[in-house]
Design a binder for this molecule. Sequence first.
Ligand SMILES: *Cc1c(COP(=O)(O)O)cnc(C)c1O
Length: 447
Amino acid sequence: MSYQKPTINKVDFAMMSKYGSPLKSQKIRSEIAGVDVRELVQNYGSPLFVFSQQEIEEKYHRLHEAFSSRYPDVVFGWSYKTNYLNAICNLYHKLGSIAEVVSEFEYQKARALGIEGKDIIFNGPYKPKEALKVAVEEGAKIHIDHLFEINDLEEIARELGVKIPVAIRVNMDTGIYPQWSRFGFNYESGEAIDAIERIHSGGLLELTGLHSHIGTFMLDASAYGKETAKLMDLKHQAEERFGYRIEYIDIGGGFASKNRLKGVYQSPDVIVPTPDDYAQQITEAIYTHNKSDTLPRLYLETGRHLIDEAGYLLTTVQAYKRFPDGMKGYILDAGVNLLYTATWYNFNFELDRRYEGLNEPSMLNGPLCMNIDILSENIMLPPLDRGTVITIGPVGAYNYTQSMQFIRYRPAAVLIDKERNVHLIKEPDDLETINYKERIPDYLKRS
Ligand SMILES: *Cc1c(COP(=O)(O)O)cnc(C)c1O
């Protein structure tokens, strides 16, 4: 053991808890899905995104079971923006998910993976007309966000000489505030039914589905009961008043993962609803409010809940120092460039082994030359060595897709299969990646 300069810590008794002394407890993780974390970093570099197939599949089957045991016709659509690494998308497709995309780039990604148009749900507030036209021709499920899109689709219907099946996105009050009212047509104000009337009067589009996505990280399962009841009411009105046959309702995503939101002090195990809680609310509301002789197909667009805990980021301690206020500061090779969601979550930080010495308040800083690059402002840690590998989780949702080519190259990502084989699913960026598609005008070239 290397020499550590002694320090005096003020012990704050508010920190004492039933989990033991804050001066001695250490969270340790030496492996992910049976593979040693230090070996992973040696083989693939640090930092490194790691995904566990076992954990992805467990979550998927658990959620699918919660719904399919209660309802005869349920289909999952993988939310591409949550994590669109190709290997990850293909894993969800292999498990039975169709694709849910929110841009033409994600649409093209799904098509390039061999997903047929009919198995793509096309959401989002901006769908360029050319992209819409391709989606129409390929039979995608188009979820209309606003009136301009109704006009665009009607033009496309005229150009192609076809009637286009569509769904509308609906926003509503489900008791969750702030309400997500930016997307789609409002239920309570009558805007949604007006949109249906507008579609009907045009005669060029055929309403076949209703969609809503009420928010993300929803800790109140009953909001989904309210959402489903309102969609079922709208379905009934569309069928009664306009003679449509609504084949499906899509209740969107938003189920919480077991991440810890900043400012929420209860354990995620206590406050996060179970898959059965969500499924019970949704399916019961369909059965209660169904007035048709058939049941609609139920689509889910779950992202975060399915993958967050299956994703980890390995990072290595590169240096440490003591700040003027006495705080111990660690410099890691991963920061907010890779963990965009660090703003909202208190991640778990787990050490590769047990370290000697008492814990002291420490700050975890990333590698960026930016004051805001902080992964934890104050965490109790023992004295760590240079080279310590720290596992950060859960980071499977929205981090890889939002990681930035900023100051440092983006790292590799690996998937560990159920036989503990490690597969490289994304090579790290290099200078070529960064310079790709850049141009220098001749007069600025250095020959
Ligand atoms: C982002 C998004 C999802 C996925 O949301 P999660 O909270 O990750 O489950 C589903 N549907 C739509 C329309 C979205 O924009």
